[in-house]
Design a binder for this molecule. Structure first.
Ligand code: HEC
Ligand code: HEC
Length: 261
């Protein structure tokens, strides 16, 4: 009898142990607290984790891929054929799947021609060109840094990691904008809607028509689109920054020697 009970105990421990360790295992494949977010079901990715970018996509490398493989159909500039509305209606993940597998409207499949990172780089270049991502040293970005810092960073953190001072007391935790599995599975239209109306049963407020009296601006539709674009810039490499800074330095230098006014 005793040995039977012992055996039962053993089995129960085994079952429990494996349940615990398998949940611990799942935690490894996503990032830290994000897993405990009760909203995790809403953003289950369609592609496996190893198809998300292996590092932050680079718009600079994407431009090279684009020139070689995409420009012959899409035009020298990505905004010649594709429109804002079209790109806003799908998530980066859905667009990655179309570039990889092609579609019936004539978009060819690139899965045997390009690596996953090349596809992501090209896609980010296309999105930046059509949706107007901020060049990272622009005046506009500096303005947006102040707006994000004053209104969002308290929850989302200044670098958008979801680690602002309030984050520990919130469930679900604030979104981490650097997390590909999360932000790349949402369309811009969806982010715009979430910013406009807030997210029910979470701490995420509705921003439409709020006013920031300190900085003297209103959260109208245009500002909300700017915030969507701003939130996106956490998800790609800052490489473009250095290039733009280089150009700016050259301009300043030329100005200093009187070459240009
Ligand atoms: C042979 C011509 C051709 C080439 C090469 C090509 N595309 Fe396309 N692409 C198309 C066509 C046609 C469509 C469909 C247009 C539409 O839906 O209005 C499309 C659609 C797209 C879309 C939008 C998909 C959607 O449904 O919203 C993206 C993004 C895209 N292409 C990116 C790329 C990238 C990145 C490359 C290079 C790696 C590329 N394309 C190369 C022809 C091409
Ligand atoms: C009081 C805390 C708080 C503030 C302030 C806040 N947020 Fe959020 N936000 C959250 C939480 C919590 C979530 C996650 C909700 C969830 O998991 O469903 C979220 C989610 C989001 C999402 C959706 C991300 C996704 O994965 O769909 C966006 C976009 C966003 N916030 C942008 C902003 C911006 C921009 C600001 C400032 C204008 C801001 N938030 C201010 C708490 C906040």
């Amino acid at each position: 009898m005793l040995s039977k009970n012992l055996a039962l105990c053993f089995i129960i421990t085994l079952l429990f142990g494996s349940a615990l360790s398998s949940s611990a295992f799942a935690a490894v494949s996503y990032e830290k607290e994000e897993l405990v977010s009760s909203t995790i079901k809403k953003w289950q990715p369609k592609i496996p984790e190893n198809e998300f970018p292996s590092h932050q996509p680079s718009i600079v490398s994407g431009k090279e891929v684009y020139k070689m493989h995409c420009a012959m159909c899409h035009g020298d500039e990505p905004n010649e054929v594709l429109t804002k509305d079209q790109l806003r209606s799908k998530s980066p993940e859905e667009q990655y799947i179309i570039i990889k597998n092609g579609n019936a409207k004539g978009m060819p499949a690139f899965k045997n021609k390009l690596s996953r990172d090349e596809i992501w780089d090209a896609l980010m270049y296309v999105r930046a060109g059509v949706l107007g991502y901020y060049p990272l040293n622009s005046d506009e970005l500096a303005k947006m840094n102040a707006i994000f810092g004053g209104n969002c960073a308290v929850c989302h953190g200044t670098r958008g990691h979801g680690d602002g001072p309030l984050h520990k007391s919130l469930n679900p935790v604030p979104a981490n904008f650097n997390m590909f599995q999360r932000l790349y599975t949402r369309s811009d239209n969806r982010l715009h809607k979430e910013l406009t109306h807030g997210i029910p049963w979470t701490a995420m407020p509705a921003w439409k028509n709020r006013v920031d009296f300190n900085q003297n601006y209103k959260f109208d539709d245009e500002m909300i689109w700017k915030l969507v674009t701003y939130v996106r810039q956490f998800g790609f490499s800052q490489e473009i920054d250095r290039l733009d800074i280089g150009r700016q330095k050259l301009k300043d230098y030329e100005k200093s020697i009187g070459k240009v006014k």
